[in-house]
Design a binder for this molecule. Structure first.
Ligand SMILES: CC(=O)SCCNC(=O)CCNC(=O)[C@H](O)C(C)(C)COP(=O)(O)OP(=O)(O)OC[C@H]1O[C@@H](n2cnc3c(N)ncnc32)[C@H](O)[C@@H]1OP(=O)(O)O
Ligand SMILES: CC(C)C(=O)C(=O)O
Ligand SMILES: [Mg+2]
Length: 511
């Protein structure tokens, strides 16, 4: 059977922004909206126009600047909300007003203080008003807030009435994340089977994650007939958040055998979008978050690493490239085995006899039992110790860096090399940058050595702490890491850079 399209309605900029502690500027919202457009979402809910001048302006800008996704504003079943939403959207390409009213008895009684009949009437009036105010130019979506806890028969009546009034999308929210999958499937199926005019509208769902079931509930709803899902990037949103878009989209892609639908999301944009949203909202992504967490494509245990090295699919159900990541990670740690360790040595260009290898592996396991993260440089050091101490090619004889308010940062270094002492001078973006440039000048190194990673951490507490700098550079396709320790951060950085250059030179000679 031919698959049907599942519309992806992104509410990162509306429900996602309701995450406590999140407040995006207009510029940030526009930046995220453009990335959502590149990702290929069908609808961007850009905000709630009446709620603040900033939201109004963000919706107005997004409606004007986004061409390939429908832009939407939320509006209560209130005339001012609807008129304000239309004012914000009217210059847009394809726009939608999403109006809502709560339909559960608990919301009607305590929050809205309305009867069921009154709420139904307000819903119908709101749907009609959107069409009048926008002269039919805005698409109409209606949500029955707290539909998960609404009396089913009354819910059928509300949905039938709003469709009759002109709603083209009827959204069924599990506002408080109370539903469980079997029950939610039955509810959506019941709507499909009992609302007489349901074929004139798209059924949508909007699931919250209070019980960790938002993705599961969204997916069963699709099986029951929903053809729009509302979701957010990284699952951010009110309380425990909304259904995470990346999870829904990848579940439908990876398990296409299970779903009668496809999406038009460019999944290779997922990782980039997730990082952008995390950076701008300040909501960190848990390492174990499905799809986009740091560990989603990382393997630390020996048995898994062995499997993945032999055939990726043994432990990976999707490709990192599918979400826009370059590759999966083999992380060395205390659970790693010989296969992964050997692979790492190969990548580092290290060749060992069988005996040396066993010795190195033993030392690696000892180190990994004490240390949380094992960097390449830790392994380099381990191998060096195995082979006996080597004389260094470069030695830092002198370094001086000047920086401060109103001063152009500059540095001088003197380095002992096999060819004699070399002096370097440079200015830079800061004392460390100037020092690196000075070292490059002293050693005659150009742009071919590229800095790939720079980590600094305090080894001890207090302002006199020892600083440890870890550095990775790439040159001529070779990646090398180095380390430097000193109580002076600039000197620790210089030592790490010379360490890395030393290893790079040895590596080149070895190869
Ligand atoms: C489930 C959801 O996520 S719904 C969306 C939630 N998002 C937000 O609330 C964020 C933006 N909200 C806001 O900026 C403000 O709440 C505003 C501007 C919308 C309203 O502010 P205020 O007028 O000060 O009202 P307040 O927020 O205190 O109370 C909500 C009012 O809206 C009414 N209301 C709530 N939902 C609806 C609805 N769907 N249709 C009509 N009226 C509604 C409430 O009954 C209450 O009315 P009352 O003032 O007559 O008692
Ligand atoms: C406005 C509606 C759709 C909502 O966010 C909810 O019910 O959770
Ligand atoms: Mg919500």
């Amino acid at each position: 059977m031919a698959k049907e399209k599942l519309y992806i309605f992104d509410t990162t900029l509306r429900d996602g922004e309701q995450t406590p502690g999140v407040n995006l500027t207009v510029e940030e919202k526009v930046q995220i909206a453009k990335q959502l457009e590149r990702l290929g979402v069908d609808v961007i809910e850009a905000g709630f126009a009446v709620s603040s001048p900033a939201d109004f302006e963000a919706i107005r800008r997004i409606a004007r600047e986004v061409k390939n996704s429908t832009v939407c504003s939320l509006a209560r079943a209130v005339e001012l909300d609807i008129r304000t939403a239309w004012d914000a959207l009217k210059e847009g390409h394809r726009v939608r007003i999403h109006t809502f009213i709560a339909t559960s008895d608990i919301h009607l009684k305590y929050k809205l203080r309305m009867s069921r009949d009154e709420a139904l009437k307000r819903a119908v009036e709101a749907v009609k008003l959107i069409q009048d105010v926008s002269e039919g130019k805005a698409e109409v979506e209606f949500s029955a807030e707290d539909a998960g806890r609404t009396d089913l028969k009354y819910l059928f009546e509300v949905i039938e009435a709003v469709i009759e009034a002109g709603a083209k999308v009827v959204n069924i929210p599990d506002t408080v994340g109370y539903a469980v999958p079997d029950e939610w499937y039955e509810r959506i199926l019941a709507i499909k089977e009992n609302v007489p005019n349901i074929d004139r509208a798209i059924i949508s769902v909007h699931c919250h994650n209070d019980l960790g079931l938002a993705t599961a509930n969204s997916l069963v709803a699709v099986k029951a007939g929903a053809r729009q899902v509302e979701c957010t990037i990284n699952g951010i949103g009110e309380r425990a958040g909304n259904a995470a878009m990346e999870e829904i989209v990848m579940a439908i892609k990876v398990r296409s055998d299970q779903f009668p639908v496809y999406t038009e999301i460019d999944t290779t944009q997922i990782y980039k979008t997730s990082q952008l949203v995390s950076r701008l909202t300040g909501v960190m992504i848990s390492r174990t978050k499905p799809i986009v967490g740091d560990n989603a494509f990382a393997h630390e245990s020996g048995i898994h690493q062995h499997g993945v090295l032999a055939c990726r699919e043994t432990y990976e159900i999707m490709k990192p490239e599918d979400i826009g990541l370059k590759e999966s990670k083999i992380v060395l740690g205390k659970h790693s085995g010989r296969h992964a360790f050997k692979k790492k040595l190969e990548e580092m260009g290290v060749e060992l006899s069988e005996e040396q290898f066993e010795e190195a592996f033993k030392k690696f396991k000892e180190l990994a039992s004490r240390k949380k993260e094992i960097y390449d440089v830790d392994i380099e050091l381990l191998i060096e110790n195995l082979e006996g101490a080597k004389e260094r090619l470069y030695e830092l004889l002198h370094n001086q860096a000047v920086s401060g308010e109103g001063i152009i940062p500059s540095a001088t270094v003197k380095v002992k090399t096999p060819e004699g002492e070399k002096l370097g001078l440079a200015i830079g973006n800061g004392p460390v940058d100037a020092t690196y440039k000075a070292i490059k000048n002293a050693l005659g190194i150009g742009e071919e050595v590229k800095l790939k990673d720079f980590k600094i951490r305090a080894l001890t507490a207090g302002t006199d702490a020892l600083a440890e700098v870890y550095l990775t550079v790439e040159a001529d396709g070779i990646r090398v890491s180095g380390r430097g320790v000193d109580s002076d951060i600039v000197k620790a950085s210089a030592l790490a850079f010379l360490d890395v250059l030393d290893r790079l030179e040895r590596r080149k000679r070895r190869e």
